[in-house]
Design a binder for this molecule. Structure first.
Ligand code: PEP
Length: 249
């Protein structure tokens, strides 16, 4: 039985002092023993957020990470910098990073491998554009993203990672994929994992849905057989996030 995982993606929101306020506000609301709860926050918010989250069930994650150990990579953050302060999760290959910061399936793969090497759980994102959906190439496209993203990842490593299926047309638009659309693609991702590895790996890997998830849509989405939780943007900055995490109460 896979444990649910609900992660917030704060994107470029909240100063360090606002981050502390938000963690303190959400701490009592996100208590749920059945769910892993992660707040993926801007790099500068990581340390104060970790401090504020102490004693709660919240893990703090990063929104990005570079794939080299250290060196002349101005502006980047290394895996060792993240683990040194207690970061356990990192979002990799979010569609906004692919669109605005030239991330590719190849850089996603390098980052996934590097995160795993450092014991950080990657939340590896994939998702199609509206045009791709309309051209009926969604599953082909997602399979390619997943296969390249996981190149060189062993079955044992793959069992620990999280894949976030986030249709680009549903991110920040208020347009949630229907439960059927989300389940269909998450099911196809699981089939793809079984093809690459084996059924045991496919059964272990956690697959989230992301794209305008809110307190109303979460219960149905998270009840689907292949959806193991959500990656949540806008609603993770509000009290709503507590209701999303407590979708089963
Ligand atoms: C996201 O940023 O990953 C996301 C899904 O955003 P939103 O929930 O706002 O659509």
């Amino acid at each position: 039985m896979r444990r649910k995982i609900v992660a917030g993606n704060w994107k470029m929101n909240k100063t360090p002092s606002e981050a502390v306020e938000l963690v303190n506000m959400l701490k009592p609301l996100v208590a749920n023993d059945d769910v892993d709860v992660v707040f993926c926050v801007p790099a500068i918010d990581i340390i104060p957020a970790i401090e504020a989250a102490k004693g709660s069930n919240i893990s703090i994650g990063a929104e990005n990470m570079y794939y080299e150990e250290s060196g002349a990579y101005t502006g980047e953050i290394s895996p060792a910098m993240l683990t040194d302060v207690g970061v356990k999760y990192v979002v990799i290959g979010h569609s906004e990073r692919r669109e605005y910061f030239a991330e590719t399936d190849q850089t996603v793969n390098k980052k996934v491998l590097k995160a795993l090497e450092h014991g950080i759980t990657p939340i590896m994102c994939c998702g199609e554009t509206l045009e791709q959906r309309e051209q009926s190439v969604t599953v082909d496209f997602i399979r390619q993203q997943v296969k390249i993203g996981l190149l060189g990842v062993t079955a044992d490593q793959a069992k620990t990672i999280v894949i976030a299926y986030e249709p680009i047309w549903a991110i920040g638009t208020g347009k949630t994929a229907t439960t059927e659309q989300a389940q269909e693609v998450c099911g196809k991702i699981r089939e793809c994992i079984a093809e690459i590895y084996d059924q045991a790996t496919a059964d272990a890997i956690r697959i989230q849905y992301g794209g305008s998830v809110n307190a109303k849509t979460a219960p149905d989405l998270f009840a689907q057989p292949d959806i193991d939780g959500g990656l949540v943007g806008g609603a993770s900055l509000k009290a709503d996030f507590g209701a999303i995490v407590n979708y089963n109460k």
